[in-house]
Design a protein around this ligand. Structure first.
Ligand code: HEC
Ligand code: HEC
Ligand code: HEC
Ligand code: HEC
Ligand code: HEC
Length: 335
């Protein structure tokens, strides 16, 4: 391990020396390294901030994730290989939208930098040609670049793993939504905008880019943007409306998740009169809520007067206890 660290430090120093002063012109810089250590394909040597964000995200954890490992372990060994393609993928460039094949190396890196950015064909330890949002002619030379404007304006970069089957169909359920019509891509909600220098060494200048954090189902604040509740009581009926206000696709987004609506009625004496539950999911009811869709539900109030407390819970899996679930929205009303 210490020997490996030493190699990194030496490579970093060598790389720092090859990067010259900033310029907005092509070809005015010294060449980037031809070869770098196999770990992270060297991305961490020049893009440390991106690596830090990614490592804490669920792309960085796609293999190490305990939940993933536990679910996979329930399957017979010959069936497990079918899971690897999206959780430890090879490069997806050149075949965007197709479910990727699995890698056999560096499994701990999950959905790695090279999975989204590298053109296939480079040796495993090399950077090769990198696809990114900016014109190649505009870059400080670090490696070969190829521009793909679609990384900024389209969803193809996400479709290989988030749109190929019913369980992970965020791309399919985004299509035809108001978000597609407004040009609001996956990136616009899941990769917050940021202006910053894109690499850590000398040179370069701040550019408009995006954070590599991918907030989603594990981020309570993010989940609270997804849904709104409306509650009223009329003629002995509790009427509840659940609207998918902020998710750009089906709510819940993944086939493993569950939304649970809990409606609790208490009488004028403060004692519980009734508690109703309604689930929205793919697995048992196949009734997920589409973008901007509202679902109206009716329950018997079971009391002439009192109060209704409504909570909408987000469960990461059917086994998760309700008291561990995130409360996405809550409302209370008296009648
Ligand atoms: C030797 C340092 C170095 C290493 C190692 C390195 N990069 Fe870069 N990278 C740069 C520099 C310099 C730029 C240009 C930055 C600028 O002009 O703002 C850049 C730009 C980029 C861009 C934007 C390209 C575009 O055309 O929009 C991406 C994406 C990128 N790098 C990804 C990676 C990935 C992924 C790895 C690992 C496989 C990696 N880089 C390894 C130095 C490096
Ligand atoms: C090569 C496959 C692949 C590609 C391409 C990909 N993802 Fe993912 N993504 C995954 C996997 C696998 C997970 C789940 C990892 C886990 O938690 O085990 C995931 C998880 C996520 C999450 C959920 C995080 C959470 O907390 O639940 C978000 C959000 C996300 N991806 C957004 C995107 C966006 C946006 C794009 C396109 C820019 C994209 N992904 C491209 C494979 C991919
Ligand atoms: C799931 C796919 C995905 C993964 C994994 C990924 N990126 Fe990106 N990356 C993108 C997208 C999409 C953009 C374009 C964002 C935009 O609109 O500016 C981007 C842009 C960039 C840029 C250009 C600057 C910017 O913010 O736009 C750099 C540099 C970069 N990525 C480096 C990395 C590094 C280093 C890693 C690994 C730690 C990595 N990326 C992992 C999808 C990915
Ligand atoms: C308008 C904002 C918005 C857009 C656009 C959007 N999402 Fe989401 N996404 C959310 C919200 C809010 C959640 C959390 C609630 C949920 O699970 O649906 C979420 C959840 C997710 C999750 C986590 C699901 C899970 O089960 O862990 C993934 C993965 C994801 N989105 C991927 C994508 C992809 C891929 C696209 C592009 C087709 C996209 N999102 C477009 C807002 C958005
Ligand atoms: C088509 C690509 C793809 C395949 C194949 C795939 N996954 Fe995933 N997986 C994802 C994505 C994308 C997510 C993020 C949330 C979502 O869409 O449900 C995810 C999330 C998960 C999660 C939730 C992790 C968390 O954040 O709590 C588990 C568990 C999981 N996958 C297990 C598996 C198992 C087991 C297999 C094999 C039977 C498998 N996956 C095959 C793409 C895939």
């Amino acid at each position: 391990m210490s020997r490996l660290r030493f190699v990194h430090a030496a490579a970093a120093a060598a790389i720092a020396a090859t990067l010259l002063v900033p310029s907005r012109r092509a070809g005015t810089q010294g060449p980037g390294p031809q070869s770098v250590p196999a770990v992270m394909n060297g991305c961490h040597l020049c893009h440390a901030e991106y690596v830090k964000e990614w490592a804490a995200s669920h792309h960085g954890k796609a293999w190490k994730d305990e939940h993933y490992q536990a679910e996979k372990a329930k399957l017979p060994r010959d069936k497990q290989a079918a899971c690897h393609g999206c959780h430890v993928p090879v490069q997806t460039q050149n075949a965007l939208g197709k479910q990727p094949a699995a890698r056999s190396k560096s499994l701990d890196e999950g959905v790695a930098c090279v999975s989204c950015h590298q053109i296939p064909g480079a040796k495993p330890e090399d950077i090769g040609t990198i696809v990114g949002p900016y014109p190649a002619a505009d870059m400080v030379k670090g490696h070969a670049n190829r521009q793909d404007k679609g990384m900024v304006t389209g969803v193809a970069i996400c479709a290989s793993c988030h749109g190929t089957d019913q369980v992970h169909n965020q791309v399919d359920s985004w299509k035809g939504s108001v978000y597609e019509k407004e040009g609001r891509t996956c990136q616009s909600c899941h990769m917050p905008e940021v202006k910053r220098k894109t690499f850590d060494k000398q040179g370069g200048f701040p550019r408009d880019g995006r954070k590599h954090t991918w907030p989603g189902a594990h981020d309570a604040d993010f989940l609270k943007k997804a849904a709104v509740l409306d509650v009223k009581v009329e003629g002995g009926k509790v009427m509840v409306t659940v609207t998918n206000e902020g998710a750009g696709h089906n709510l819940p987004g993944g086939g493993e998740r569950e939304l649970v609506l809990v409606v609790r009625v208490t009488g004028a004496d403060g004692k519980e009169a009734a508690t109703w539950r309604e689930t929205f999911d793919l697995r048992t009811k196949n009734n997920r809520i589409k973008p901007k869709e509202s679902r109206a539900l009716e329950f018997d109030a079971k009391a002439p007067a009192g109060a209704v407390q409504v909570r909408l819970l987000y469960k990461l899996s059917p086994d998760q206890a309700e008291d561990k679930a995130v409360v996405m929205a809550a409302k209370e009303t008296k009648f």
